[in-house]
Ligand binder design. Structure first.
Ligand code: PXG
Length: 465
């Protein structure tokens, strides 16, 4: 077999990649024509590619590398665990020390009586667990009619058939027979794009009331749960108006339904607290976790479940689980990651240093002709691009055209900053320092200037009518 290494020429790696590797959410022919960037190593907030470029990672990988790259301690823990016990399952009346320790630590960190953890290999798997768990909960409680899970348009909850159905991404639903039955989507609290003439406060209430309307429409006896991200991530870092979550909480309290907070992105410090539910004052029955749980060093996810739901589920045999539920190496690495987040006060750094600094830099950027709203919670931010700030106009071009141009300019300037439609997304490792935020924003401004010039040159500086 040919030895494939970091030292092969980029073009050869790209050719092999195109020949054999199917990428997620990718138009393969387009990528093959262009060639993917080959990332070879990383340290702190910096990536290196096969051409030797140093790229600043404004996305923490995929919203997950919270403690930054290259932490030796995690490598040590993984190696030690592989030597001691690389794998054992948690199915047949067995357990092991890493999974016990991680579950106990999560119960300590999670708010309220969220004291029980069902592990999975990813956020998608965890949300599939949640679908089965909440429906089983109501079955056991003698209310089998309660099956419908209410979610939101433009939410992201994963890519498996179940979690992709919970998500509200129309492009995903168009492929492969989704959504599954008994999932219903209400509108998202995206004031900038959908708020019309309402104030953000009015709009927040109006969008929250859609939950109540849906409950009344189907009947409380048919609704199992409501699921939402505290701050929508993949949908474009949509921060709900201040009035939204209190109203959602009121509605969930009033009717007998379970509240699932999908903390896959918001969890583990991203919003300036351990969980987004704490930042937004939400009291969920179940939290979905993944990503920052291990800072992405190992694939691991799970559901943190409240006493009541765990006790009802515990009264029957719950026929559910994954080979890698509570994988010992992933659990040990996650535990070490939590130790670092805690002992190095990373979340306090987010709240007191990095987030206020990033906020100033983002607000400075709103003087750019293309940048409308700047939104930030903790270290999760977005910039809305618009041809007319006053009217919050959309571009006349296909949504995402301008965002893509700007993302390409970021990439060319060795900055990873993504676009979702015509919003630019920022979600750096939580350990980012002010001087690194400066570098990120020097590059971002340059990229936006170049993007703006290109948008004008291509005749795209036009508002939709
Ligand atoms: N819930 C939320 C809130 C997520 O953001 C998942 C669940 C699914 O997790 P897994 O581990 O199965 O991927 C996610 C994942 C993007 C992007 O383009 C975001 C995610 C995944 C892939 C791409 O922003 N989030």
């Amino acid at each position: 077999m040919v030895q494939i290494t970091n030292h092969m020429p980029t073009a050869e790696l790209q050719a092999l990649d195109s020949a054999h590797h199917m990428h997620p959410f990718t138009h393969a022919e387009g990528l093959a024509a262009k060639g993917p960037r080959v990332i070879t190593r990383a340290s702190g907030v910096w990536l290196t590619d096969s051409e030797g470029n140093r790229i600043i990672d404004g996305m923490a990988g995929l919203w997950c590398v919270n403690i930054g790259y290259g932490r030796e301690e995690l490598a040590e823990v993984a190696a030690r665990q592989i030597r001691e016990l690389p794998y054992y399952n948690t199915f047949f009346q067995t357990t092991h020390v890493p999974v016990i320790a991680l579950a106990a630590k999560l119960a300590e960190l999670a708010p309220g009586d969220l004291n029980h953890v069902f592990f999975a290999g990813s956020g998608s798997e965890a949300n599939d667990t949640n679908i089965r768990m909440v429906r089983t909960y109501w079955d056991v409680k003698g209310k089998p009619g309660k099956k419908i899970i209410i979610s939101r348009k433009n939410a992201y909850h994963g890519s498996s058939v179940g979690s992709g159905s919970l998500g509200g991404m129309s492009g995903m639903h168009a492929q492969g027979g989704m959504p599954i039955p008994d999932i219903y989507h209400i509108n998202q609290p995206n004031w900038w794009s959908e708020g019309g003439d309402m104030t953000p406060e009015e709009f927040g209430i109006a969008r929250a009331r859609e939950l109540e309307e849906a409950i009344l429409h189907f009947g409380e006896d048919r609704i199992a749960a409501f699921i939402a991200e505290p701050v929508q991530g993949a949908g474009g870092v949509i921060v709900a108006p201040d009035t939204y979550w209190p109203e959602i909480q009121r509605i969930c309290d009033k009717y007998e339904i379970l509240l699932i907070a999908d903390e896959v992105i918001c969890g583990f410090g991203r919003t300036g607290n351990w969980f987004g539910s704490q930042t937004l004052n939400i009291r969920p029955h179940i939290m979905t976790i993944a990503k920052g749980l291990s800072s992405g060093y190992q694939p691991i996810g799970g559901s943190i479940v409240c006493d009541e739901v765990a006790s009802v589920i515990g009264s029957v045999e719950f026929n559910h689980g994954y080979t890698y539920s509570g994988h010992p190496v992933a659990a040990a690495v996650a535990l070490e990651n939590l130790r670092i987040l805690e002992e190095e006060n990373v979340i306090r750094h987010v709240r007191e240093v990095a987030s206020p600094y990033l906020r100033r830099k983002m607000e400075d950027l709103t003087d750019h002709p293309m940048v409308g709203e700047a939104k930030l919670v903790g270290l999760m931010g977005s910039l809305a691009l618009t041809p007319d700030k006053d009217s919050r106009a959309k571009f006349a071009s296909e949504p995402g055209t301008v965002g893509y141009i700007c993302r390409e300019r970021c990439f060319a300037n060795n900055l990873v900053m993504r676009h979702v439609g015509d919003r630019m997304i920022i979600s750096p490792p939580l350990v980012i320092k002010p001087e690194e935020i400066d570098i990120m924003f020097d590059r971002a401004r340059k990229a936006l200037d170049e993007g703006y010039a290109k948008v004008k040159a291509e005749g795209l500086w036009k508002a939709a009518s």
